[in-house]
Design a protein around this ligand. Structure first.
Ligand code: NAG
Ligand code: NAG
Ligand code: NAG
Ligand code: NAG
Length: 359
């Protein structure tokens, strides 16, 4: 670089340069300083190492993936148009129904401990549909289900423009174009598509094929049991957060005995079972000799690909205090005293609290 003694000289030099023909300008730009060249070379080397690494990793993953995660085409729904297809479908349906029939009475939803026949049939239809999808490897059109299930799974809310001035109690008809958006009982929306291993309902596997690390191992590894005080938030933060959460989200609970999930024989397990295996060196459960914890999955629900499991929201997705007033008209009615506009409450030491028992 040229030495420049004062500002005036520097300016005149700049003017001269800007007048230089295009050829010189380009030549000047290409003749970079040695330090710059070294940086550019280093960047290029890093880039090529990165690209090679990514390519190697991808080929490694590809070579290790024994069973790729299946994906069916969302758009292709199985309609049984021909009589042969119809027969295949009905045979699969009836076989699945027969296999699942002995379980009926055990996989509906827990409704305050009461037996709920409708949710039982709903879960039964959904589980048959899942079994059929597993065989067909296609999304099944709900139009072709036997009547009992078709009616139940296809039920839609209708809004009449002049009849409904306000949205319904269950959040339906808040959006007149999409009357069921956000209503109680709709399925959760996904940002990413579900990646069940069998494309129906089994938990996803590792991209290398095989199982993911045990959840208990991850939870012990990632979560500390230390208390970390936070001076920015008060207790209200926790309670209000939980209250808000319960206003917009609640997942149904499957009825049944989750202890059965740890039984050795899979036929003795509840159809909604999942299990958490616990290793001997688990800091909490190891000394207690607990090697397995079972739980029941939330009831199955239909999404855009019928037969592939989705999860259902039991609350309206709107912030509307549905955790106080009830997520539906029926449940809301049960909470009312029907006197002076009051709701049931529990008086404890002259303070009126929310009822302690389910109503
Ligand atoms: C089968 O029936 C469905 C609905 O009735 C229709 O959309 C589809 O195009 C039909 N498929 C064939 C192959 O005919
Ligand atoms: C399952 O089979 C039983 C007995 O054959 C029948 O009554 C019932 O309607 C079937 N359920 C469904 C959902 O197809
Ligand atoms: C649930 O199953 C476990 C083991 O299978 C059994 O010990 C327990 O009594 C059952 N509980 C109920 C409420 O049936
Ligand atoms: C766990 O098993 C060991 C060896 O069988 C036994 O000594 C210990 O008492 C058991 N602990 C509990 C909490 O049952």
């Amino acid at each position: 670089m040229m030495e420049v003694e004062n500002l005036a000289e520097y300016r005149s030099l700049l003017r001269e340069r800007s007048k230089a023909p295009l050829y010189h300008k380009i030549k000047h730009a290409c003749m970079r300083q040695p330090a710059e060249r070294r940086i550019i070379a280093a960047v290029l080397v890093c880039l090529s190492i990165g690209v090679t690494f990514i390519a190697l990793k991808k080929s490694f993953i590809d070579s290790r993936s024994t069973e790729p995660i299946l994906h069916t085409d969302e758009e292709t729904l199985w309609h049984y148009n021909t009589s042969e297809e119809r027969e295949v479908f009905l045979r699969l349906w009836n076989n699945a129904n027969e296999t699942l029939l002995p379980m009926i009475g055990s996989y509906g939803e827990q409704e305050n401990g009461k037996y709920d026949q409708r949710s039982e049939l709903f879960a039964h239809c959904e589980l048959i549909l899942e079994t059929v999808k597993r065989s067909l490897k296609q999304c099944v059109s709900l139009q072709i289900l036997p009547n009992k299930c078709k009616k139940l799974l296809l039920m839609k809310m209708k809004c009449t423009k002049d009849g409904i001035r306000y949205r319904n109690w269950d959040g339906s008809c808040n959006n007149l174009q999409h009357s069921d958006w956000g209503m109680t009982g709709d399925n959760f929306n996904r940002w990413l598509k579900a990646t069940y291993t069998d494309d129906v309902s089994t938990p996803r596997q590792s991209v290398y094929g095989g199982e993911l690390p045990p959840v208990r191992y991850l939870s012990n590894l990632l979560f500390s049991h230390k208390t970390l005080p936070d001076s920015d938030a008060t207790m209200l933060f926790t309670h209000f957060g939980l209250f808000l959460d319960h206003d917009i989200v609640q997942v149904g609970q499957t009825k049944g005995n989750y202890s059965s999930c740890c039984k050795k024989n899979p036929n003795h397990r509840h159809p909604s079972c999942l299990r958490i295996d616990i290793s001997e060196d688990d800091p909490l459960y190891g000394p207690l000799n607990v090697t397995c914890k079972g739980f029941l999955r939330s009831p199955p629900f239909t999404g855009t690909c019928p037969g592939r499991r989705e999860q259902q929201n039991r609350m309206t997705s709107y912030i509307d205090a549905s955790d106080m007033y009830g997520p539906s008209h029926e449940e809301g009615k049960k909470l009312r005293v029907r006197k002076k506009g009051n709701y049931f409450s529990c008086i404890l030491l002259f303070i009126s609290l929310l009822p302690l028992m389910s109503i």
